[in-house]
Design a protein around this ligand. Structure first.
Ligand code: 3NM
Length: 222
C-alpha cells in the first residue's frame, strides 16, 4: 500500500466526524451509522476524557465502529493510540502536539494515514517534516468538546498557514457548524472536522451531516 495521495486526502477531509462513547448519550454505533448516511467522509475514533472506555471495552467499540465505516467505504482513524490502530488494522492515526511524537508514529504505522494537530506555522512545518498526511488546525471557534482546548484562533490561522507555504491537506476544527463551514473553507481548509455539530445534533444526525457536506461542497466550488 502506498501513502494516500494529497488530492484524495483533501476529498476525504470534507466532513470529518470525530466521536467517542463520551460524546453522546445514544449508542455510538447508532450515531455513526446515521452520520454516515448523511455523508460523513472520514471518521476518527476519539475515546478520551471523562468516562472514556479503556482496554478491551475500548477495542470492542473501536472494532464495531470500524466495521460500520468499512461498510460505507469511509476510512477509520484512531486518535492517539498507535497500539490499538495497529491491533485492529485501522486506516490511520491522529496525534496532537502532546501525544506521541509524529515522526515515531509515522515509523510505526508505515503508509497508514497520519494526521497531526497544529496550531501555528512552526508546528505545521514540523508536522509536514515528520510525515503528516494532513493537519488538524484549531480551535477555530470556541469549543466545549475538548477539555484542554486552546483559545479559539479564528479562521485567519488557516490563511496564515497557507500564506506560509503549507500546501498539505488541512481540516479545520473547533466549533465548526454548517453555518461557518464556508468561512473556514474559504480561509484555506479543505474540510471541516466536528464532534458536537453531529454528535449533539437532534436525532437522527443524518441531516446535520448532510448540511455540513453541502456547505463544504458549495464553498469548494467558489
Ligand atoms: N481538537 P466540536 S478542538 C478534538 O483544537 C478537538 O485541536 C481540537 O469539537 C483542537 O466540533 C476539538 O464539538 C473539539 O467543537 C472539537
Amino acid at each position: 500500500m502506498a501513502r494516500i495521495a494529497s488530492g484524495d486526502m483533501k476529498e476525504r477531509l470534507a466532513v470529518y466526524f470525530i466521536m467517542g462513547s463520551q460524546n453522546s448519550e445514544r449508542p455510538a454505533a447508532d450515531v455513526l451509522k446515521e452520520a454516515l448516511d448523511g455523508g460523513v467522509t472520514l471518521f476518527q475514533f476519539r475515546e478520551k476524557g471523562q468516562g472514556a472506555l479503556k482496554g478491551a471495552d475500548k477495542e470492542a467499540l473501536a472494532r464495531q465502529l470500524q466495521h460500520l465505516c468499512r461498510a460505507y467505504g469511509v476510512p477509520f482513524i484512531v486518535n492517539d493510540d498507535v497500539e490499538l490502530a495497529l491491533a485492529i488494522d485501522a486506516d490511520g492515526v491522529h496525534v496532537g502536539q502532546d501525544d506521541e511524537d509524529a515522526r515515531c508514529v509515522r515509523e510505526k504505522i508505515g503508509d497508514k494515514i497520519l494526521g497531526v494537530s497544529a496550531h501555528n506555522v512552526e508546528e505545521a512545518m514540523a508536522a509536514v517534516d515528520a510525515g503528516a498526511d494532513y493537519l488538524g488546525v484549531g480551535p477555530i471557534y470556541p469549543t466545549s468538546s475538548k477539555e484542554d482546548a486552546k483559545e479559539a484562533q479564528g479562521p485567519d490561522v488557516l490563511r496564515r498557514l497557507r500564506e506560509a507555504g503549507i500546501t498539505i491537506p488541512i481540516v479545520a476544527i473547533g466549533g465548526i457548524t454548517a453555518a461557518n463551514a464556508k468561512t473556514v473553507v474559504e480561509a484555506g481548509a479543505d474540510g471541516v472536522s466536528v464532534i458536537s455539530a453531529i454528535a449533539s445534533a437532534p436525532s437522527p444526525p443524518t441531516g446535520a451531516a448532510a448540511a455540513l457536506a453541502e456547505a463544504v461542497r458549495a464553498a469548494r466550488t467558489r
